[in-house]
Ligand binder design. Structure first.
Ligand code: SF4
Length: 320
């Protein structure tokens, strides 16, 4: 039987090591990276670049899958609730494992693996939570956690001899020592720092995302990407003003302008990029202009402010 696994791949050290542990026993690994505006966002802007970089650095094949729409729906009311902020870790894991199970025939693979370590995360990597993920994702018996497998009961793939349990590991807890030693053994030197990457667990951004979910019935990827750039003003009429804080943010905001947005500029003086979104009636134009003016470097003379509505041909949505 062909030995091929689909690995949930965050790009962090644990998922890289998990791939290497399986490869060391002759199993072909295809890394699935799920993409949303909340994690894996770099792949929304440069999917081929992301795949090429991981291949070059770690010799791993990555396949990207954008799950934004389904993810946002789940985020509105996750059945297992949120973690400390807006992170629905248990339902997030269940969704990803379920998707991986569905993709097994597409890639000719027989089981799903993750880089999880027992006891590393309070919400989703407890023993009981790991069981729930396995059960609710439909992955009973075919979900392997190579880094801590020896601390868990054997899966069907181990019992049937597809994977040699003896070569799997028994790492637990929040320490990184064993992973770092393992990385050295596999010759991996350059890897991301742990736990970066998911903005749902960011205290400030998660509040902003909550506000968006509360205000707008159908927010999309662009809304949640916009929420991560610039200064934000949620106005009384339901509209939303975003003003760039520096050149990089101004460029980012230009890429997020879409049909129906109002772009605000001060053409005669250096000014930030500003987007006024969901402004149906322009009632608060005066207030918005006053806010915008505060962030323009005036120079010696008065300046005018222009409001330009973005039409269909100017739509510059920058997601895939
Ligand atoms: S931290 Fe974010 S990406 Fe990770 S499991 Fe939780 S919600 Fe999902």
């Amino acid at each position: 039987m062909r030995k091929r696994a689909l690995l949930l791949f965050s790009g962090g050290l644990d998922s890289i090591l998990s791939a290497k542990v399986l490869e060391a026993q002759g199993i072909e690994v295809i890394c699935l990276r799920f993409v949303t505006p909340f994690f894996g966002q770099d792949a929304l802007f440069d999917p081929e670049g992301v795949k090429e970089r991981i291949k070059r650095k770690y010799g791993l094949r990555v396949e990207l899958h954008d799950i934004t729409d389904e993810y946002i729906e789940m985020l509105k009311s996750p059945p297992h609730g949120y973690g400390k902020y807006l992170n629905p870790c248990l339902d997030c894991k269940i969704m990803m494992v379920r998707k991986a199970v569905e993709l097994l025939p597409t890639y000719g693979a027989t089981f799903v693996a993750t880089g999880e370590v027992l006891g590393q995360r309070p919400m989703s990597q407890r023993r009981d939570a790991m069981r729930i993920v396995e059960r609710d994702s439909g992955a009973e018996g075919i979900l392997l956690r190579p880094l801590c497998a020896k601390r868990l009961r054997p899966t069907r793939v181990e019992e049937e001899g597809l994977v040699d349990r003896e070569q799997l590991l028994s790492i637990t807890g929040r320490g990184r020592k064993e992973q770092m030693e393992l990385a050295k053994r596999f010759g991996i030197e350059d890897y991301p720092t742990p736990a970066g990457g998911c903005v749902l667990a960011d205290p400030i951004l998660s509040e902003r995302f909550r506000e968006i979910l509360r205000r707008y019935p159908s927010p999309d990827a662009n809304d949640f990407l916009l929420a991560q750039v610039g200064r934000h003003f949620f106005l009384l009429d339901g509209s939303w003003l975003v003003i760039g804080r520096n050149q990089a943010e101004n460029e980012r905001l230009k890429g997020l302008l879409r049909q129906g947005d109002i772009e605000i500029t001060a053409p005669d003086v250096p000014s930030p990029t500003a987007i006024w979104r969901y402004a149906k009636h322009m009632e608060l134009k005066g207030e918005v202009e006053a806010r915008f003016r505060r962030y323009v470097k005036k120079g010696p003379r008065e300046f005018k402010v222009e409001f330009k509505e973005i039409g269909p041909s100017s739509n510059r949505l920058c997601t895939t």
